[in-house]
Design a protein around this ligand. Structure first.
Ligand code: NAI
Ligand code: SOE
Length: 387
């Protein structure tokens, strides 16, 4: 059995999710030829790095991510830092010949992601961008139904990602509200997940017409580097400027001829992780809501008139990836399971020399679409996506 040594950069929220997935993957996806090993974690200072190593089960820690590049024992670099660091780290990792999994959005804009894509292609390393929601079994089931033609030709995709953790003006000004660090606001942070789902389930997007709004223009400056997503108030009274979008709302045209809409906001009171899509096809419809992620709702046009209507399928062992998870439908798929499936897909692509999905190619396309959304909102006109 091959051991794959992981070097992780960052010790916050996503470090927890990725570390848990590395630890759990063989418990679910078994038998396997490859096992990830948590070798070295990097944080910005000694205390945070040591803490991350002890907490997340890494053998070593470092306060300088570049030490991973020269370490011949490291096979994979896992980037779980704020967005402005992804490009520099991924390009250096590719040049050092390391396989890379990077959190989303791949970069702050398409200029960055283009360079990242070029670097991984030139180096011939495996590359994955962590749009994990597409790994949810109910979403993979939606994809299977669409590919089997169960809802016919797709006419419309309506997607949302709504949260409320930044609706409170006291929610601190973390890196997520800073253009230099985040690239954009709700768009890059959560809208990109819906763009990924739209491309995965329907087709690539060719044109957008968007609105964007920043409602809360100043917030108390965050007290530390970690973004606690509004759960910890800032100790600072000093205010800082929000220079990213709080909300985007966009119409989209797909390459396939379908049309649709994508909305993202972190200021929607009462919505937590409200990732939804409703897809209408010529022969049926599909509805999904991540807050009820064990369920996929479907309606097929050829059901009898008496039976026609949405019905609920609870995902379980009969569905994509389900045989590796839990033995009974509706036992409970969580965020962790999406990350375990993601890590399994990544390490199996390394073991079998196949392509990762979604890859940096997808991350770059999503960055092009995101840039077009911002441009459209600014110019108040339709913008075509390059390429
Ligand atoms: P976080 O704020 O919880 O943690 C980021 C950590 O990176 C902090 O502990 C910080 O000290 C560390 N860091 C900053 N610069 C560093 C450096 N030079 N070297 C080493 N460590 C450094 O952020 P979070 O929520 O973990 O986000 C990280 C990335 O993951 C972001 O790109 C974000 O968009 C993405 N993300 C993806 C999610 C998903 O569902 N796929 C969920 C949450 C975040
Ligand atoms: C905050 O909006 C956040 O942590 C995002 O950064 C993630 O991508 C999302 O999946 C959960 O919410």
């Amino acid at each position: 059995m091959k051991r794959l040594n992981i070097g992780m950069i960052g010790g916050g929220f996503m470090a927890k999710a990725h570390s848990m997935a590395y630890a759990s993957v063989p418990m679910f996806f078994w038998p396997t030829e490859i096992i990830p090993y948590r070798k070295t974690v990097v944080e910005v200072n000694e205390e945070l790095a040591k803490n991350a190593a002890e907490r997340f089960g890494f053998e070593n820690y470092s306060t300088d991510w570049r030490t991973l590049l020269d370490d011949p024992e490291i096979d994979v670099i896992d980037i779980v830092t704020p967005n402005h660091l992804h490009a520099e780290m991924a390009i250096a990792a590719a040049k050092a010949g390391k396989h890379i999994i990077s959190e989303k959005p791949l970069g702050r804009n398409a200029k960055e992601t283009e360079k990242m894509l070029k670097a991984v292609k030139e180096a011939g390393v495996k590359h994955m961008v962590a749009f994990n929601y597409r790994k949810t079994p109910a979403i993979a089931l939606a994809k299977k139904f669409i590919e089997e033609g169960k809802i016919g030709k797709i006419l419309n995709f309506r997607g949302t990602y709504l949260q409320d953790w930044s609706a409170d003006p006291e929610s601190p000004l973390s890196w997520r509200f800073n253009k230099e660090k985040a690239g954009s606001g709700a768009l890059g942070d959560i809208g990109t997940h819906v763009i990924d789902l739209a491309r995965y389930l329907v087709s690539d997007i060719s044109e957008v017409m968007a609105l964007s709004k920043t409602y809360i223009k100043e917030r108390p400056i965050s007290s530390g580097p970690l973004d606690n997503l509004g759960t910890v108030k800032s100790e600072n009274t000093e205010m800082g400027t929000v220079d990213v979008d709080d909300e985007i709302s966009t119409l989209v045209r797909f390459d396939s001829g379908a049309i649709g809409s994508i909305e993202a906001t972190r200021n929607a009171w009462g919505r937590n992780n409200f990732i939804t899509f409703e897809i209408h096809g010529e022969e049926g419809s599909i509805y999904f809501n991540y807050e009820r992620r064990d369920e996929l709702q479907v309606c097929f046009a050829n059901d009898s008139a008496e039976e026609k209507g949405f019905r609920t399928i609870y995902t379980g062992p009969a569905h994509p990836n389900g045989e590796f998870l839990w033995p009974i439908p509706a036992l409970g798929i969580g965020y962790s399971e999406t990350k375990i499936i993601e890590v399994n897909d990544f390490i199996q692509a390394i073991a079998n020399d196949t392509e990762c999905e979604p890859s940096f190619e997808d991350g770059h396309r999503i960055a092009l679409i995101s840039d077009a959304i911002l441009e459209s909102a600014e110019k108040d006109e339709w913008v075509k996506i390059e390429g």
